[in-house]
Design a protein around this ligand. Structure first.
Ligand code: ADP
Ligand code: MG
Length: 212
């Protein structure tokens, strides 16, 4: 059995047409089903649909042989035990530093001196500011980062941007580029040795080389 882990959310939306182009047809509509394990038209190929940030973990432990995960998630994870096989050129966006367009909550109510940055990407953010010689205090949030500067929780945020509409709607503007993001096909290192013959056609199909 070959198990491919798919990231829920934005990546799943763009993985559905990618699977179709690859000739892999899920037994249920992935956009609608509540099932977490879904078979396909290819015998011995199944899909699991999980939180984006969990994909590296499933693949590292071999619970999934292959996975589709954002570069943001892979870099934050560290990628131990994973091969990054191919840039799938889907779910493209940018990881950016953003700040209030007009000064935000203002320095008046500020009770901290060091730069405070709210983000889901603690490691990437630490590294980004350290590379500029800035020791930032990182505030770890799980979502709605845009709120943090508006209510005086942080000076800046590091978050994914595609159209910039969410930033603009919250009076924020992107000020620095951190990383170009797209979804990558990743594989469990051990499986690439022990199950290579089974994985090869699935990898080739997903990477767009040929239909399965
Ligand atoms: P979650 O809320 O679990 O992080 P998302 O769907 O917001 O789920 O994000 C999952 C992945 O999709 C991200 O890690 C990123 O790689 C990609 N992604 C997120 N937002 C966008 C976007 N606006 N455009 C393209 N890709 C995105
Ligand atoms: Mg999101």
């Amino acid at each position: 059995m070959v198990t491919l882990a798919l990231s829920k959310g934005r990546i799943l939306e763009e993985s559905i047409p990618l699977l179709e182009r690859a000739g892999i047809v899920p037994e249920e509509d992935l956009a609608k089903t509540r099932r977490l394990i879904v078979g396909t038209n290819i015998p011995d190929v199944q899909l699991v649909v999980i939180r984006a940030a969990d994909v590296p973990t499933y693949v590292r432990y071999g619970a999934a042989d292959l996975g589709i995960a954002g570069k943001d998630v892979l870099l934050e994870d560290g990628g131990d035990g994973l091969y990054e096989l191919a840039d799938l050129d889907i779910a493209r966006c940018r990881l950016m530093v953003a700040e209030p367009d007009h000064g935000g909550a203002g320095a008046a109510g500020r009770t901290w001196t060091r730069l405070r940055v709210a983000t889901k990407y603690v490691k990437i953010t630490e590294r980004h500011f350290a590379a500029q010689g800035i020791q930032a205090d990182i505030i770890h949030l799980y979502g709605s980062m845009e709120l943090a500067p508006l209510v005086g929780l942080a000076d800046r945020i590091v978050d994914l941007v595609s159209s910039g509409r969410t930033l603009a709607a919250n009076g924020l503007k992107a000020v620095e580029h951190v990383l170009d993001v797209s979804a990558w096909l990743v594989a469990n290192r051990a499986a690439m040795k022990t199950k290579y013959e089974a994985l090869r056609p699935v990898i080739a199909a997903l990477a767009g080389e040929r239909k399965i």
